[in-house]
Design a protein around this ligand. Structure first.
Ligand code: SAM
Length: 290
């Protein structure tokens, strides 16, 4: 039975509040599953890796992942999709579906369980609900669960932000945050017409690679993240002005001293704007300020 027939059989109603735009052409999920991690496929075709899928919908991407990976653990918020998923995934014995909001999942605990305590590499692959893209990505990278890759389908404009270079108009706090842990590349575009219901904008698939072992000690990444949030929260201000609001958190909020530290540690003018700095520069500055 096609996904469309299955959804009809269960009298499924798409819920806008959950960002439900489902793929219906299996070629696209197949291409996503094929490219969501970079290791070679072994001869038997299945990578010995575990994939966390967020929002399986009717299971179109889940099936393509289950064909190619040792195990898929999907988390779906909409309870109406659970019986539909049970039917559409009935042929696979390597998939589990948890009916939960991903934002409420204790990720380190969840990952420990599904990887049998770290026995398998783990990555994330998802056609993300658009209303929650940035908080989900931040949770996935900041909770440091050992994900090798986070491959996500997002709106094209978000894809540009995830992959932007410093100083470009698209460079933002999420770009710098990703830079603390690794980097992102765009894999391919997906036109709006490939979804049901059709969204207003086109999408793109982005693969974020997180360095293993982690690029920076946790404290450095955490402190740099505080500076990044302050810098981009007040994007039009100079970095000095943005950081001067961090009283009690950093060594000094005196503007002259801050300008001096910025120019000495980074070799850039003291009146630089935060959007010019790379993730690595935010870490260097964090080491001087915390
Ligand atoms: N993977 C399917 C596909 O590609 O056709 C569906 C993708 S659809 C864009 C997003 C999915 O995420 C929906 O199934 C939706 O119910 C689910 N979802 C929305 N918010 C969620 C949340 N907070 N936690 C888990 N799943 C969520």
């Amino acid at each position: 039975m096609s996904d469309k027939d299955l959804l009809q059989k269960h009298n499924f109603k798409f819920q806008k509040k959950y960002g439900q735009n489902f793929l219906y052409d299996p070629k696209i999920p197949a291409k996503i599953a094929e490219n969501c991690t970079e290791s070679e496929f072994p001869e038997d075709g299945k990578k010995q890796e575990v994939i966390v899928e967020i929002g399986p919908g009717a299971g179109i991407l889940t099936k393509e992942l289950a064909k190619r990976f040792h195990r898929v653990s999907a988390v779906e918020i909409d309870e109406n999709l659970i019986p539909i998923l049970a039917e559409s995934l009935a042929d696979f014995d390597n998939v589990t579906v948890t009916n939960k909001d991903i934002m409420q999942v204790d990720l380190p605990e969840f990952v420990k369980e599904i990887t049998e305590d770290g026995k398998y590499p783990v990555s994330v692959c998802a056609n993300l609900p658009y209303y929650i893209t940035t908080p989900v990505i931040m949770k996935l990278i900041e909770e440091c669960c050992g994900f090798g890759y986070i491959t996500v389908m997002v709106q094209k404009e978000v894809a540009r932000r995830l992959c932007a270079k410093p100083e470009s108009a698209d460079y933002g706090s999420i770009t710098a945050e990703i830079g603390l842990y690794g980097g992102a590349v765009k894999l391919f575009d997906v036109p709006a017409g490939c979804f049901n219901p059709r969204p207003k904008v086109d999408s793109a698939v982005v693969r974020i690679k997180l360095e293993q072992p982690e690029k920076y000690p946790k404290a450095d990444a955490r402190n740099a993240s505080i500076l990044i949030k302050a810098a981009f929260g007040q994007r039009r201000k100079t970095l000095v002005n943005a950081l001067s609001g961090l009283a009690g958190k950093i060594k000094t909020t005196d503007k002259n001293e801050l300008a001096e530290i910025i120019s000495q540690t980074l070799g850039v003018p003291g009146d630089v704007r935060g959007e010019k700095l790379t993730a690595d520069q935010f870490v260097t500055l964090a080491r001087a300020l915390f």
